[in-house]
Write a protein that binds this ligand. Structure first.
Ligand SMILES: NC(=O)c1ccc[n+]([C@@H]2O[C@H](COP(=O)([O-])OP(=O)(O)OC[C@H]3O[C@@H](n4cnc5c(N)ncnc54)[C@H](OP(=O)(O)O)[C@@H]3O)[C@@H](O)[C@H]2O)c1
Length: 256
């Protein structure tokens, strides 16, 4: 279908999981993609896979907590592909999970800087590039955690993901008149390396619990999340902005 034909997209957190699946889908749909993460080898492998399928991709490795990478990603999109239309700000970590009384300020900052300050920095550099194109689509990966559900031990993660939704609403209002749409995607439990079900100490009981709390009684694949990100990136969602967009298998509405 090539719904992103002629578009240029940045995807952070593309070295694995949801970001990787989205980069591949965007490229198959015609976008030139700039992919990022810290792990150069994983990014290089992704670029090779995309190119082998006839797509266009380039990798810029770096730590998303820094302002340099936010600028470098936009500069690369402009220099190599001529501009920027879509940014999927997806890099994130669960961070330390522990009672708040045991959490250090450094641990708090690590999670908030990775998940929330990076969203601010991404937008700061992506917005001017999109304004130069007459519009665009900014998408952030938030979570149901901190929005429709609270879990013990996840204060920093919940605060970072809820903060992204506030950022989305402000930016959607700030740049709507300029043609930039801004949305958050809220995945349910997704089978990626970051999932608690794939933690070294995860048990079958943890897997069963996570599946059970979803109305669909299963977790998502990264590709299922990617398809909804594609919707928010493409003109198919041309009147959607400022939303917290659930792709959560009903985890936000179940009590059974
Ligand atoms: N899986 C779930 O159940 C779930 C549910 C709701 C929301 N989410 C959110 O979905 C997003 C993607 O996570 P995922 O599940 O796909 O996990 P993942 O496979 O672990 O992917 C996380 C990505 O973020 C990147 N990243 C982490 N810290 C970074 C840093 N400091 N600098 C640069 N890149 C960094 C990682 O790249 P490097 O390691 O190469 O740096 C990796 O590419 C996250 O924001 C997560 O919070 C996940």
């Amino acid at each position: 279908m090539d719904v992103l034909a002629g578009k240029v997209a940045i995807i952070t957190g593309a070295s694995s999981g949801i970001g990787r699946a989205t980069a591949k889908l965007f490229a198959r749909e015609g976008a030139c993609v700039v992919v990022s993460g810290r792990r150069q080898a994983e990014l290089d492998a992704l670029v090779s896979e995309i190119e082998a399928e006839g797509g266009y991709a380039t990798a810029v490795a770096g730590d998303i907590k820094g302002e340099e990478i936010a600028k470098a990603l936009v500069d690369t999109a402009i220099d190599q592909f001529g501009g920027l239309d879509v940014a999927f700000n997806n890099a994130g970590v669960l961070g330390e999970t522990k009672p708040i009384t045991e959490m250090s300020l450094d641990e708090w900052h690590e999670t908030l800087d990775t998940n929330l300050a990076s969203a601010f920095l991404g937008a700061k550099y992506q917005v001017p590039a999109m304004l130069a194109r007459g519009g665009g689509s900014l998408i952030f990966t938030s979570s149901f955690v901190g929005y429709t559900a609270g879990f013990p031990g996840m204060a920093a993660y919940a605060a970072s993901k809820a903060g992204q939704i506030g950022l989305v609403k402000a930016l959607a209002a700030e740049y709507g008149a300029s043609g930039i749409r801004v949305n958050a995607v809220l995945p349910g439990g997704t089978d990626t390396p970051a999932s608690i079900t794939n933690a070294p100490d995860a048990t079958p009981e943890v897997q069963a619990f996570v599946e059970r709390i979803h109305a669909l009684k299963r977790m998502a694949s990264p590709e299922e999340i990617a398809r909804s990100v594609l919707h928010l990136a493409s003109d198919a969602s041309s009147f959607i902005t400022g939303t917290a967009f659930f792709v959560d298998g009903g985890v936000s509405i179940t009590r059974t």
